[in-house]
Each structure stands twice: as C-alpha cells, then as structure tokens.
Design a protein around this ligand. Sequence first.
Ligand code: AMP
Ligand code: ZN
Length: 140
Amino acid sequence: MAGRKDDCIFCKIANGDIPTNSVYQDDNFNVFLDAAPASKGHVLIVPKVHYDNAYSMDDEFAAKVFPLATKVANAVKKAFNADGVNVVQNNEEAAGQTVFHFHMHVIPRYKDDDVNVTWKQHELTGDEQTEIADAIKKEL
Ligand code: AMP
Ligand code: ZN
C-alpha cells in the first residue's frame, strides 16, 4: 500500500503542506503549475501518495493516471487555445527525472514555440529490429 514519503517535496505539495497553484484536486491527485514551465499552461499531475516513478506504480493506481491526463490535456488546450499538447513522464535521472516522486507533465504547445521534446532518430536493419523486439517480448 503506497503512502507518503518523508522529506519528499511533491508529497508535501500534493497534500497541501506547501502552498501551490493547484488547478485540480481529487482523492488521489493534485494538478499544479510547474514552477519553471516549458510553456504557458505547463502543469504537473502528481499523486498524493508516493511512487518514485512509473516502475513502482500498481495497476489500479496507474489506471487512474491517463484519464486525468486526458482531462487536463483538453483543459490546457482549451484555456490557451494551444496548437498541441505533450504528455511526458520521466523515469530516473538518465531519462531527465529530477523530482523522484512520480509526476506527469502536461505541456501545451504553440506553433513556433521554443519547447524541445525531440530525439535523434536512428536506422535499424530488419535483423536488429527483430533482436530488439525479441528482447523486449521476453520481459513482458
Ligand atoms: P522532472 O524533470 O520530470 O522530474 O520534472 C520535475 C519538474 O518539477 C520540473 O519541470 C520542475 O520545474 C518542477 N518543479 C520542481 N520543483 C517544483 C515545485 N516546488 N513546484 C512546482 N514545480 C516544481
Ligand atoms: Zn513523494
């Protein structure tokens, strides 16, 4: 059973111990403005209980995350007439996680904005694709 973690900033913010610009709350989540937004309307969907990242989240809780992401994505798009929305979630330092309490970014996008959510693309041979797909399948 997940609970709160001592000295976790997002546990404190999500549960109201530290004030924030919250835009939505329910029994499980607090959605608040990112303190250093990538774009106008960038918000974070943050569980009130502590999960370090997506790996440790149980199925029942995980199933609640995306319906809320959908709702929030629609809201920020409508609020600012955004041209698009990125829903992004980082796990571990190598993937860009800096706050180690699970959160999902909802980032409104505007034509010609300066947000950068991209990666360099690589080409694979058919054999390489098969080998990679097999390695993943074995773990699922
Ligand atoms: P990540 O790099 O995916 O772990 O994202 C962490 C996000 O949390 C960053 O976009 C930060 O700007 C944001 N952040 C850090 N501290 C706070 C805070 N006290 N209140 C709101 N957002 C925060
Ligand atoms: Zn926490």
